[in-house]
Design a protein around this ligand. Sequence first.
Ligand code: ADP
Ligand code: MG
Length: 292
Amino acid sequence: ATPTSIMVGTGRGAELGVLFRKGEALQLLRDAKVVAVDKTGTLTEGRPTLTDLEIADGFERRDVLGRIAAVEAKSEHPIARAITQAAGNEGIPIPDITNFESVTGFGVKAHVDGQPVEVGADRYMQKLGLDVGIFAATAERLGNEGKSPLYAAIGGRLAAIVAVADPIKETTPAAIAALHSLGLKVAMITGDNRRTAEAIARQLGIDEVIAEVLPEGKVEAVRRLKAEHGRLAFVGDGINDAPALAEADVGLAVGTGTDIAIEAADVVLMSGSLAGVAAAIALSRATIGNIR
Ligand code: ADP
Ligand code: MG
């Protein structure tokens, strides 16, 4: 491609709300084979709400929700706001906590009234040596509904299963369809529960799902997809997407995402929507394709 065609292409991109931070990205996108996408905040709004709460025998609902909310009040994960809001809506008092700790990729913990409280994914409960079997049927149902099941332990005992649901962005289904019509495969990479991820992927017609990925596992997932399919574009919004954005042939950050993701990206989607990805690829094919 000539410098002129790249200038024309990046200028046209800017009009479409697709900001090319590197001219090279415009050329590389032309032959992309697969688009890998982060789930939370990219395919979905990233603003989950609490939908379900089931309490184990021997625990009391308001007490459990208050304790969970107290721990989550110190977390910056989108899940945290869903839980603190639910407790707030019910007017539940939030107890004081000590010893807060975030266990990346697993959940959060703290001490409330002298007792440990842990909240997180099923693998967190496994790590704590707790069996979540009593909630197996509920977890299966929640996952099939596209909701994310989480668990709470209080005083070293399993106390509740909580579910949060994060709505799919209005623009996502058409954006996936546009990528398919350009002949690309679409893959989802997420730290979320497998069943939940698969339910959402099914709704969207996503071709491949890599779920329950630990933060450092996103890069490995990107490498694997590259080896399998060829040139890869990765789309993400979060701090933990930055390494995957850098590892991809082309990294595209959602413009409404974190600064760290934007810094790591080659392309910024100013509209905050995945629709910009297909637009960028089509633009690449039109400008670069015609000239060489
Ligand atoms: P994701 O992008 O899927 O949220 P994370 O690595 O941030 O990836 O988290 C992985 C999983 O760990 C989440 O899906 C959730 O199950 C659990 N988790 C993380 N942070 C929290 C939190 N503050 N409260 C409850 N669970 C959490
Ligand atoms: Mg995200």
